[in-house]
Design a protein around this ligand. Structure first.
Ligand code: AHR
Length: 322
């Protein structure tokens, strides 16, 4: 492990001063090497998240080793082992699923490499296996989607028959959003989740699974709850192809708040989206700095998010950053 960045940066600044400013304050040997393992490129959200992380770490202070796991845990474990072998200074990753990380995280700990989790959580019995987690409160996002539905269902016919498109099986956002949503409606007899299946957070799978829901349930679907906007957008296509009006015949609430969702809301095809902020790069960069310098960091860093409905879409669309 290299010495903390602060000390080295100071030396760099002093040297730059002595040599008349002929070299940058942080030279290549002093940069913090960060190994970042991303989940994949499954959604608009993920693309924005990757861009944010790459931009925040594209400064001389950092040297980024980026790896795309293509939604496979085995690829992520391989990438983490690669980072350990290369003796990077800090490992950051967004775990595709929650379980199965103990062994590789113990290897990182034994090598003295701090780990920062971004976006998604892991299930480990030893809390010291990672330093911090920065990301959204997915349980609360599920609750927010349900609260929107409860409010929007006032005065409508009962029961409200819901189909649910889950995210990647075993992932923190799928587990937590399902839990939060269920928790918020389970004591209300009006709401019935009649089908629930994974669409793996992708448009293609969202469409495919929605087609199956429509085939099985016919016209008896009142609401779609999709764990992300991409699956909702795929499902919208399936609903239209089935001769129904998305947003009217089937009300739709999803999660992320990406530009595509705002466009769908503006067109009247999506009713509401719960924001999940992917722009974690700048905060991640600060956490990497802090753990590398040995400074204390909060165990959990969350982000502020809202809920947007169709009537806000046109005004809000120009302000969206992702
Ligand atoms: O982990 C965040 C989730 O992963 C986003 O909601 C989804 O779009 C992404 O693929």
């Amino acid at each position: 492990m290299r010495k903390p960045f602060l000390v080295l940066a100071l030396c760099g600044v002093l040297l730059a001063g002595c040599s008349g400013g002929g070299r940058s304050a942080v030279d290549a040997n002093e940069a913090i090497t960060v190994g970042f393992s991303q989940v994949g490129a499954e959604s608009e959200w993920r693309t924005a998240n990757t861009r944010s992380v790459k931009e925040a770490l594209a400064v001389p202070e950092f040297r980024l080793r980026f790896s795309d796991a293509q939604q496979k845990q085995e690829n992520q474990i391989k990438a983490l082992r690669g980072f350990i072998a290369q003796r990077v200074d800090v490992i950051a990753f967004s775990p595709v699923v929650e379980s199965g990380w103990e062994t590789v995280l113990r290897e990182a700990k034994a090598a003295g490499i701090p780990v920062v989790l971004t976006d998604r959580a892991v299930n480990v019995s030893d809390a010291s296996l990672y330093a911090t987690l920065i990301g959204s409160d997915f349980v609360e996002e599920g609750r927010r989607a349900a609260r929107w539905l409860v409010e929007d269902s006032e005065g409508r016919p009962e029961p409200v028959r819901i189909v649910e498109l889950q995210g990647t099986v075993g992932s923190a956002p799928a587990n937590d959003r399902m839990r939060g949503f269920k928790e918020a409606i389970e004591d209300d007899d009006r709401f019935k989740v009649v089908r629930s299946q994974s669409g793996d957070f992708t448009r293609a799978k969202g469409k495919e699974v929605m087609e199956a829901f429509l085939k099985a349930e016919g016209r008896n679907i009142d609401v779609l709850f999709a764990h992300n906007d991409d699956m909702a957008i795929g499902a919208i296509q399936a609903i239209e192809e089935a001769g129904l009006k998305p947003g009217t015949d089937i009300r739709i609430v999803s999660i992320d708040g990406v530009r595509g969702a705002f466009e769908a809301m503006k067109a009247g095809k999506l009713n509401a989206t719960v924001e999940c902020n992917p722009l974690l790069g700048p905060q991640l960069a600060q956490l990497v700095r802090d753990v590398h310098a040995g400074r204390a960091v909060p165990r959990r860093v969350t982000v502020d998010e809202g809920v947007f409905t169709r009537d806000q879409a046109a005004a809000e669309l120009p302000n969206r950053k992702y």
